[in-house]
Design a binder for this molecule. Sequence first.
Ligand code: PLZ
Length: 441
Amino acid sequence: MTTAPHLITEIPGPRSRELHAQRTAAVASGFGITLPVFIARAGTSTLEDVDGNTLIDLASGIAVTSVGAANPRVRENVAAQLDLFTHTCFMVTEYEGFVRVAEWLNAHVPGDFEKRTALFSTGAEAVENAVKIARAHTGRPGVLVIDEAYHGRSLLTMAMTAKEHPYKTTFGPFPNDVVRGPNANPLRGEGPDAALSEIERIVIEHGADHFAALVVEPIQGEGGFIVPAEGFLSGLRRIADAHGIVLVIDEIQSGLGRTGRLFASEHEGVAGDITLTAKALGGGLPLSAVTGRAEIMDAAHTGGLGGTYAGNPLACAAALAVFEVLEDPELLPGVTRIEQSIRAHLEPLLAEFPVIAEVRGRGAMMALEFADPDTLAPRADLAQRVTAACHTAGVLTLTCGTHGNVIRLLPPLVIEPAVLDTGLEILSRSIRSIAAEEAAA
Ligand code: PLZ
């Protein structure tokens, strides 16, 4: 095996450029692109492109391929299922995989209470169904969400997502009864107390029986990998309890081992009434889940939930392989070592380059924010330049954040330590050269 990154052409290479031109002629231009490179095959933590270049994957297809994009256990389970049948529709005739996935989630999602699970295909669908279920349970309309939140691209979830561009521009009107409350972002000096009392005020202002659900990401994903100030999540739990609101924890990006615990909410000892998973759940196949208190989940009438592909058998077979990987006692300690390694590489840069405002995150969900040291004004230009330098050098990283000034790292949880080190060295080198250019300017 050649060591990654292994580049034999520039990035993107000639074949990728040719395919990209074909894509432009065939695919709706509404799809953006992070790196216009076409992938031919994947390794544990590498992506090989159609020009024969091997890239280091610090993105995992946006936190999806946590067990690797070519995991042999996933392949084995899916291939075995493929030999039997691909689809029945769980609402027409049943199959065991769906039940086993539901059982695993009921057993492992935080919350010491009886649970039920409903499976769907995408994250947005899980969010939408959580709102349907919370409304059925409470008989109330309102949905309370948080600043900088990301919950999806469907009409309701666009309304719940904070950022206007690119997610919402020209696509409204959106469903109403979605109200946004403040965040508790430590970098911006937002403690939990002010945010929580404002949220409490919003709840009271709308009337005690207005909100069905309060939906929150325990660490915000697209919004910038913001780890909320300690006490924020538990404060939201208290507000939800005090007002009979269903607390929905969106673990779609942060869940299933990503932060070094099975669920990010565990770091704060908080359990949602409903917890949402997707992304890593299907090991690359489309699968999402709504898991929650039995009495809440069962409030939706029979026939009220579903979807043609909900809990597809191939995706369920993949999930059962993902669970085996997550149950490996070595996995979560390995994720903590990923965090240590990322911090060891990146934290020393904080002292050298004041434009790096923060290195933050948990486990294999880590980020670096660029901002003016005096005003904290976002520096998206630096995040973009560093990202471009990483891409050119064969390391796939992503940006995020309302202002696009955050570089996020989402390596597969099974990344080999040597590959991670190489990727981080390239990232550090890119940061040094761009931050030094910036300091000289
Ligand atoms: N909730 C917390 O992170 C998806 C979006 C990529 P879907 N995040 C990646 C893009 O630009 O479309 C996400 C998330 C959280 C919900 C979702 C939505 O999940 O599977 O993309 O619908």
